[in-house]
Design a protein around this ligand. Structure first.
Ligand code: ADP
Ligand code: MG
Length: 273
C-alpha cells in the first residue's frame, strides 16, 4: 500500500483504540535528562478523550519538554508515551525509530502543536501556512488543502486575512493562524505551549477565546501549558501542577486552583494571583 493508505489505515486503527479505552494520551514514568540535569523525573499523566488539561508550574519545571515528548519532537531516556493507544517510538522488534519513521509517526498519530512563538512560515501567506503542510505532509491535493485552509481560517476568524504574510498580521492573528494550521489535519489531541505568553496583553483575549471555543464547542482534547490561571479555571477540566519534572499535584481544575493541597502549589498560585 502507498504511504498515504498506510497512514489512513493507522489512523482508523487508532480511532478505534481511542474509542475502546477512552484514553487520548498516556504518559508513564517518563524520564529525561539534559546533560547531567533531570528534566522529566518519572512523570505520569493520563488524558482522556475530550478532556482539557492545563499544565501549570514554574518556569523550568518541564512543561515544554513534556509537550515536546508527547509530539515526539524530543526523545526520552525511559518510560512510555502512548497517543490514542499507540506507543510512540516503539517498533515491534524493540529497535529505535529512524528520524524518518518518527516524522511519519508524527503525521499519522494525530497530535497537533501550537508554540509560544507561533513558528509560522514567514514567506508564506496565512492560507499557505495552513494549506502547505496538508499537501507536503498529508498528501492532500491543492484543491482539498485550499478548501480545508479556508474552512480553518474562518473558524479562527481570519478569512479576511488569508492572503496576508505573517509579518503583516498582529501577534494574536499569527497565533490564530498557527492554531488553524495545527487543527488542519484534524488531530486527536492539540498541545498548546504557553500560546499567549508572547502576546501583548490586549491580544491575549482573542486567542484564549478561540481556544475556549475549541474546548467548549468542539470538545477537542487539549493539553495546555499556561500561566493564565483564570483561563485554566474556566476552560480546563483538570489541572496538573509540575515541579522539578514531575507532577506534584493534579485534579479537577477548580479544586486545585482554589484549594491546592501542596505548599509549593499554594505558593505558586498565591504569587500568580
Ligand atoms: P518549562 O516549559 O516548564 O519552562 P522546560 O521543559 O522548557 O520547562 O525546561 C525544563 C528544564 O530543561 C529547564 O531547566 C531547561 O533549562 C532544561 N532544558 C530545556 N530544553 C533544553 C535543551 N534543549 N538543552 C538543555 N536543557 C534544556
Ligand atoms: Mg516552556
Amino acid at each position: 500500500p502507498s504511504r498515504r493508505a498506510t497512514s489512513r489505515l493507522d489512523r482508523a486503527k487508532h480511532a478505534a483504540m481511542v474509542e475502546r479505552n477512552n484514553v487520548a494520551v498516556e504518559v508513564s514514568d517518563l524520564r529525561k535528562n539534559y546533560g547531567g540535569q533531570t528534566v522529566l523525573n518519572g512523570l505520569d499523566l493520563t488524558v482522556r478523550v475530550g478532556e482539557v488539561v492545563a499544565l501549570l508550574g514554574p518556569s523550568g519545571s518541564g512543561k515544554s519538554t513534556l509537550l515536546r515528548c508527547i509530539n515526539h519532537l524530543e526523545d526520552w531516556d525511559s518510560g512510555m508515551v502512548r497517543v490514542g493507544g499507540r506507543r510512540l517510538g516503539h517498533r515491534d522488534d524493540g529497535k529505535p525509530l529512524s528520524p524518518r519513521a518518527i516524522a511519519h509517526e508524527r503525521a499519522s498519530v494525530g497530535v497537533g502543536m501550537v508554540f509560544q512563538q507561533f513558528n509560522l512560515f514567514s514567506h508564506l501567506s496565512a492560507k499557505e501556512n495552513v494549506a502547505g503542510p496538508l499537501r507536503w505532509v498529508h498528501g492532500m491535493t491543492r484543491v482539498d488543502a485550499d478548501r480545508r485552509a479556508r474552512e480553518l481560517l474562518e473558524r479562527v476568524g481570519l478569512s479576511h486575512r488569508a492572503d496576508a504574510l505573517p509579518r503583516h498580521l498582529s501577534g494574536g492573528q499569527q497565533q490564530r493562524v498557527a492554531i488553524a494550521r495545527a487543527l488542519a489535519p484534524n488531530p486527536s489531541v492539540l498541545l498548546l505551549d504557553e500560546p499567549t505568553s508572547a502576546l501583548d496583553p490586549e491580544l491575549v483575549g482573542e486567542v484564549l477565546e478561540v481556544i475556549r471555543r475549541l474546548a467548549v464547542d468542539d470538545g477537542l482534547t487539549m493539553i495546555i501549558a499556561t500561566h493564565q490561571i483564570r483561563f485554566a479555571d474556566e476552560v480546563a477540566d483538570r489541572v496538573a501542577f509540575l515541579s522539578g519534572g514531575s507532577i506534584l499535584e493534579e485534579g479537577p481544575a477548580h479544586e486545585i486552583l482554589t484549594n491546592p493541597s501542596h505548599p509549593v502549589t499554594q505558593r505558586f498560585l498565591s504569587v500568580m494571583e
